[in-house]
Design a protein around this ligand. Structure first.
Ligand code: TRP
Length: 330
């Protein structure tokens, strides 16, 4: 089974873009891959943050991942900082084959540092830590959103360069970017991606939104002044709703267009609402159950940590050896 690795930052809540764009695939990948999923809290200190909030959000994100269907019997679910420093150590080693110029060109670095007068080295080095995350486990496939394309290219370059300089050490990973649902749009601004930081309040659907709130958001979604239910480049709002309906029901967009032809936008919105409520209900129920049992979440995470450490150790030892460090207990 091919090894899959992906990571997610412990931001507070998860929105529909995270769920349908990424996490949904994490869940299905478990069926036929050896999956590692990591809450990447080391990445979260690259921007100013509140320590207590980070700690709470880390556990919260792990709970969300379990709720959406990450199954600790089949996948390795763990928190990055819970290992004994393996990720950071490999990042340090990889730093020796990465150039300032490449990191300066990362569009995410440019976007996140824009307008700040002090930029941490962590933010600059973020993509190298991300490379270490995957290379440490010989990851083959990396399911990510389309905004991570450049980081994945760099990760491959780093692996190839290290292997070239020191001899074969790392699997060269491949990005796996979903064709459908990679971009879930803001319901109020359908030309923009749903986003935690610069989304609109009504246009952003959160994983834990209850039906009444979902109704308010879906029924007020921006469409256009025509009335034909059809996906088209000049109909971003309607296209986004059709895409949502397609993902949550499993029906292709073309079939939905046929079924909804001549029915108007309020019928479309009601269908989207119903599908979303049904899609989210079991996730929300599991979330409520797990968030009342913190000890169980911690137990599952400890298991993940143990397995992750076991998998990481041989690769880290090989990398240390390749660059010329003495064995640990000489
Ligand atoms: N940078 C990724 C994001 O913002 C999160 C991440 C960290 C990640 N390490 C990773 C994703 C390793 C995939 C593999 O989405």
């Amino acid at each position: 089974m091919a090894r899959v690795f992906s990571g997610i930052q412990p931001t507070g809540q998860v929105h529909l873009g995270n769920l349908l764009g990424a996490l949904r695939h994490w869940v299905t990948d478990q069926d036929d891959h050896d999956c590692l999923y990591c809450v990447v809290d080391l990445h979260s200190i690259s921007l100013p943050h509140d320590p207590a909030e980070l700690r709470a959000n880390t556990l919260e994100m792990a709970t969300v991942l379990l709720a959406v269907g990450i199954d600790p019997e089949r996948a390795t679910l763990f928190v990055q900082s819970q290992l004994g420093g393996e990720h950071a150590e490999l990042a340090w080693i990889l730093n020796s084959v990465v150039f300032m110029g490449e990191l300066s060109r990362m569009t995410q670095f440019k976007a996140k540092s824009e307008g700040r007068d002090s930029i941490s080295i962590c933010l600059f080095d973020y993509p190298v830590l991300q490379a270490a995350d995957v290379l440490l486990y010989q990851g083959e496939r990396v399911p990510v959103g389309d905004d991570q394309r450049q980081h994945l290219e760099l990760m491959r370059d780093i692996a190839i360069r290290f292997n070239g300089r020191y001899g074969d050490t790392f699997q060269v990973p491949e990005a796996s970017i979903p064709r459908q649902g990679g971009r879930i749009m803001d319901l109020q601004q359908p030309d923009r991606k749903m986003s935690k930081t610069d989304g609109s309040e009504l246009g952003t659907i959160w994983l834990l939104d209850e039906p009444a709130r979902l109704k308010k958001k879906v029924m007020s979604a921006v469409t256009d002044s025509a009335s034909d239910v059809r996906a088209a480049a000049d109909k971003p709002g309607v296209s986004a709703l059709l895409e949502l309906l397609s993902i949550t029901t499993g029906a292709p967009v073309a079939r939905l267009e046929d079924e909804l032809a001549g029915q108007g936008y309020s019928v479309l919105k009601k269908a989207v609402l119903e599908a979303l409520v049904e899609y989210l209900a079991p996730i929300q129920a599991r979330y409520r159950e797990l968030s009342g049992d913190r000890a169980e979440v911690e137990r599952l995470l400890r298991r993940g940590t143990d397995r992750a450490r076991e998998l990481a150790t041989p690769t880290l030892e090989a990398a240390r050896d390749r660059v010329g460090f003495l064995p640990r207990a000489f």
